[in-house]
Unconditional design. Structure first.
Length: 309
């Protein structure tokens, strides 16, 4: 199983250049049965990154472009009256897929954003009082533009907390960006689609293996010390919840599996701490005025806690 997953990751990195760390974190979240929020400026390959993952897994993929006039029913589906058959029929929305890309999620108001809450937490959708189960592999990847951009609506705290990780996609290095440019221009007729590397059933088997990765009590204590510390420091206005601790543990377990280990180490926890916490913490006003970044605060916070041996 590990060899098949390694092949998937290798193929993934061949198709998406310059984002190796984010690709591994994205796959970690999928293995942990979580969801991912991606922030980055337009044109950095966010949509292609998610679409390629769906193709590699041979899973169903849908993309929703979030706009100010999008309605909740445009996501979940609706019930219409069929005049020919004289009955009501349920038309399922694009949320019924293995991998859902919620593109530019912060360009639509909170009412429409909330249409994802039940699906992300309970893997089910309610349409006109009827509940429908989503696929066992259901992965929401939401992209958002930086909040400074015009026409954006900040995601409510409850919505952000549903995401296991938040990834920041920045511009690639000079060499990597040059390689992307050359690859696109020199292969204008290259196949857009990527051949599948594994099936959804195989992926589910791998996910069950990930669930057996060992986390000892020292690591549990280490994770809890990090989370509880976020509630005590002056730099943070609102600290992380218990769900944050669960997210760190799940993501660390997936990262350990991807690193070919059957147990979680403190380094695994450190690796996933920033993406698991950066969307759950809110800086104190005086820290925002000083221009201090959340990632910097998280690094200092984690670095100040004794590492278990």
């Amino acid at each position: 199983m590990r060899n098949e997953l390694a092949s998937l990751l290798e193929k993934y990195e061949e198709r998406i250049l310059g984002q190796s760390m984010n690709l591994k974190l994205l796959l970690s979240a999928l293995l942990a049965d979580g969801h991912v929020l991606i922030e980055g400026v337009p044109g950095t390959g966010k949509t292609q990154t998610v679409r390629t993952l769906a193709e590699l897994l041979n899973g169903t993929f849908n993309r929703i472009q979030f706009t100010p006039d999008l309605l909740p029913s445009d996501i979940t589906g609706s019930t219409i009256y069929n005049m020919q058959e004289s009955n009501f029929q349920t038309i399922k929305g694009p949320i019924f897929s293995n991998i859902l890309l919620a593109d530019e999620i912060n360009r639509t108001p909170a009412k429409t954003q909330a249409a994802l809450l039940e699906a992300m937490e309970e893997k089910q959708v309610t349409i006109q009082g009827e509940t429908y189960t989503l696929p066992e592999v259901f992965f929401v990847v939401a992209t958002q533009n930086p909040i400074e951009f015009e026409g954006t609506y900040p995601l409510p705290e409850a919505q952000q907390d549903r995401f296991l990780l938040k990834l920041n996609i920045d511009f690639p290095s000079f060499e990597e960006e040059t390689n992307v440019l050359k690859h696109v221009l020199e292969n204008p007729h290259a196949e857009i689609n990527t051949d599948a590397v594994m099936t959804i059933d195989t992926f589910l088997s791998i996910r069950r293996e990930v669930a057996s990765i060992t986390i000892n009590d020292d690591i549990f204590n280490y994770i809890m010390q990090i989370v509880r510390r976020t509630r005590d420091i002056e730099a943070v206005r609102f600290g992380a919840s218990t769900r944050a601790a669960i997210s760190i543990a799940k993501a660390a377990r997936s990262w350990a599996y991807l690193t070919n280990r059957d147990y979680v180490t403190p380094d695994d926890v450190k690796m996933v701490a920033k993406p698991a916490l950066r969307h759950r913490l809110q800086l104190a006003p005086h820290m925002e005025l000083e221009g201090v970044g959340l990632d910097e605060i998280i690094e200092e916070l984690v670095g100040a806690i004794a590492v278990p041996r």
